[in-house]
Design a binder for this molecule. Structure first.
Ligand code: NDP
Length: 248
């Protein structure tokens, strides 16, 4: 039931971590092709080598001209882009008094404007075809906030607000273009490698299921939102966080 047979999918940050797990899940679920986007060419080559229906493409989500050229090239080959996962993201964590303009700008540029750059080009393709699914990767931090993450929380909260706006805007004139968010809790990837073990243990102790999330946990939620099993689901934010209560 959770299949992507014949679908054309695009996953930003598809070469590592959660994005790579999403790409692998989509490829296994029968997607016609999964375009894995990222900046690190070696990692792109590696993910491409795993499945015949995965193509690694070097593309930075802040590169507007590059995104336009990429979407134009896909339109020459395919009638639609059925699924877009806006997953690429970074952190530059520190307390606000130490946060530089560069920390703020980089995180907002990639984690918020990057999604706008991608969706501005791809949503019209989906609307023209009359069908599509966009999944934005936010974070529990975008809902609950977190110490040392002013920039990240602002971006991820903005992602949820954009999701709700796009769900309304892209469904006009009967288009079945759905837009949803996933808000992962702490998930075992490179992104949280800088967090000391002691802190991670303390976090896990406050999670109802008493453990951190895995890449598969997030990728499975993403597959549900991408495929037709969720065809009546839009404008939602799915927390995948093991039942996390974000304290101070
Ligand atoms: P990783 O650091 O493991 O991977 C980040 C991915 O984003 C990489 O593929 C990286 O590719 C890509 N990326 C970063 N900047 C750009 C850019 N400018 N253009 C294109 N690609 C870019 O992180 P995760 O897998 O953990 O995170 C994935 C998403 O999940 C992010 O949006 C993150 O905020 C979110 N998230 C993660 C949580 C966690 O606990 N891990 C919790 C909540 C949300 P490359 O290296 O090639 O640039």
């Amino acid at each position: 039931m959770f299949n992507l047979n014949g679908k054309v999918c695009v996953v930003t940050g598809g070469n590592k971590g959660i994005g790579r797990g999403i790409v692998e899940n989509f490829a296994k679920a029968g997607a016609k092709v999964v375009y894995a986007l990222g900046r690190d060419e070696a990692a792109l080559k590696e993910v491409e080598s795993l499945f015949p229906n995965v193509k690694g493409i070097k593309l930075d989500v802040t590169d507007v001209a590059g995104i336009k050229a990429f979407v134009a090239s896909i339109k020459e080959e395919h009638a639609n882009i059925d699924v877009l996962v806006n997953n690429a993201g970074i952190t530059r964590d520190t307390l606000i008094q130490r946060m530089t303009d560069d920390d703020w700008n980089q995180v907002l540029d990639i984690n918020l404007k990057g999604l706008f750059n991608m969706s501005r080009e791809i949503a019209p393709v989906m609307m023209k075809a009359g069908v599509g699914s966009i999944i934005n990767i936010s974070s529990v931090v975008g809902i609950d906030g977190n110490i040392g993450q002013t920039n990240y929380a602002a971006a991820k909260g903005g992602v949820i607000a954009m999701t709700k706006s796009w769900a309304k805007e892209f469904a006009r004139k009967g288009a079945q273009v759905r837009v949803n968010c996933i808000a992962p809790g702490f998930t075992q990837t490179d992104m949280i490698k800088t967090v000391p073990d002691k802190i991670l243990e303390a976090i896990a102790a406050k999670i109802m299921l008493q453990k951190l999330g895995t890449i598969e946990d997030i990728a499975n939620g993403c597959l549900y939102l991408a495929c037709d099993a969720s065809q009546y689901v839009t404008a939602q934010t799915l927390r995948i966080d093991g039942g996390m209560i974000f304290g101070i």
